[in-house]
Structures are given as C-alpha cells and as structure tokens.
Ligand binder design. Structure first.
Ligand code: G3P
Length: 216
C-alpha cells in the first residue's frame, strides 16, 4: 500500500518525506486555502514546490466544474510537472473530463467518491486513482472502510485498473483497516502517519534498554 500525505503544508510534507516512506501528496482547495495560497500564480508555484520536495504522485485539484474548463485547467496543471495528477470531482462533466484525460495520457484522481456506483463510473472513465472519503462517511453515521472493501471487491471481480486511494483518513486505525480492506493508497494527515509509530510498550521497552545499556 502506498502512503500519500494529505496536506498543502510544506513543513509537514518535508517531515513526512524525510521518513523515507512517502509515495505522494494529495491536496484540495480547502487544504490550499488553509495555507493562504491565493491566485493562479501562487497556486502553480506551490504545486511546483511540492513536486520538488516529493518524488511521487502529486494531486492538484481543478477549481472549475464544466468539461471544457476542467480540460483547460487540467492541461495547465499537468504541464507543471510530470508527477502531477489532475484531481477531478465526481460529477457528470468530471467523468467526461476524466475520459478525455485518460485518452490523452494524463493521469487523474477522481475525488469526492461516496458510493460504489461512483467508483464504478470513475473506473470506467479511466481514472488513475479514485478517492473515497471514508472519514466523512463515518461522520454521517456509516462505515467508510466498508465502502473501501466493497469497491476493492468490485474492482477485483471486474478487473478495473483504477487505484483505490482512501482519503479523509482521521486516525491510525483507519490506515490499518484500509490496508486490510484492499486500499492501494492511503492519503493521511501527518498525525495519522506518525500515530502508527506509537505503542506504550515500545516506549517502556526502549527506556529499559537504554537504562540497561548503561550497565553493559
Ligand atoms: O483530500 C481529500 C480528503 O482527504 C479530505 O479529508 O478530513 O477534509 O474529510 P477531510
């Protein structure tokens, strides 16, 4: 399973990258706005900087919602760096745009997936990645990981090639459950990635080893 970090914060991207286990970055308009990135030039430069930090797939989301505009915007985003993945919303024009990008050799990430039906459509259109938002599904009283399992089963039966990119991860347990459910990628906040490191018995064990090492 690949690990992406879900942020536009450069310090957090660098910290995750230095762990040596990072395979890519996902961003969205909310994450970019949180970092105060405003205006086309600043947005383009920010994606370029992320591509220079991480050698992996970097999702950059279109801001438009019509087929023609998404194609134009996506072409500009894809021209920033060969590792850019054009992130397209799960809407009717989005499906048309994903098909256009797929036919023209540009990789895509279909975002805002909340059902197996949406995942089937995105895969049929040729999305490179599809992003089910499991935390938001949990928030609405359903089980987001169950959706990952269902999509993984359907893709396996049907031979769909889109990679399942589990998004809206909220904690380390989500990552573990996604790995078991067959997600190809987890995109996580830095805290959830670092949370995987933690176990009280590791800390107690290490403290004892350090103490005993003084007697060696
Ligand atoms: O990048 C999309 C997704 O990961 C958003 O997560 O926490 O805003 O639901 P969240």
């Amino acid at each position: 399973m690949k690990f992406f970090i879900d942020t536009a914060n450069l310090a957090q991207i660098k910290e995750a990258n230095e762990l040596g286990i990072l395979d890519g970055v996902t961003t969205n308009p909310s994450l970019m706005a949180k970092e105060g990135i405003k205006g086309e030039e600043a947005i383009m430069n920010h994606y370029k900087t992320i591509c220079e930090i991480v050698d992996g797939d970097i999702s950059a989301e279109v801001l438009s919602t019509t087929f023609e505009e998404m194609v134009e915007e996506g072409k500009k985003l894809a021209a920033i760096h060969p590792n850019i993945i054009v992130k397209i919303p799960m809407i009717k024009d989005g499906i048309k745009a994903i098909k256009w990008f797929s036919d023209n050799g540009i990789k895509t990430n279909c975002t805002l997936i909340f059902s197996a039906g949406q995942a089937i459509l995105a895969a049929k259109a040729g999305a490179t990645y599809i992003s089910p938002f499991l935390g938001r599904i949990d928030d609405s009283g359903w089980d987001g990981v169950q959706l990952i399992e269902e999509i993984a089963e359907i893709y396996s039966i049907q031979g769909f090639e889109s990679e399942i990119l589990a998004a809206s991860i909220r904690n380390p347990n989500h990552i573990i459950r996604c790995a078991k459910a067959g997600a190809d990628v987890c995109t996580c906040p830095l805290d959830s990635i670092l949370g995987l490191l933690k176990h009280p018995l590791t800390d107690i064990g290490l403290a004892k080893f350090i103490e005993d090492s003084k007697k060696m």
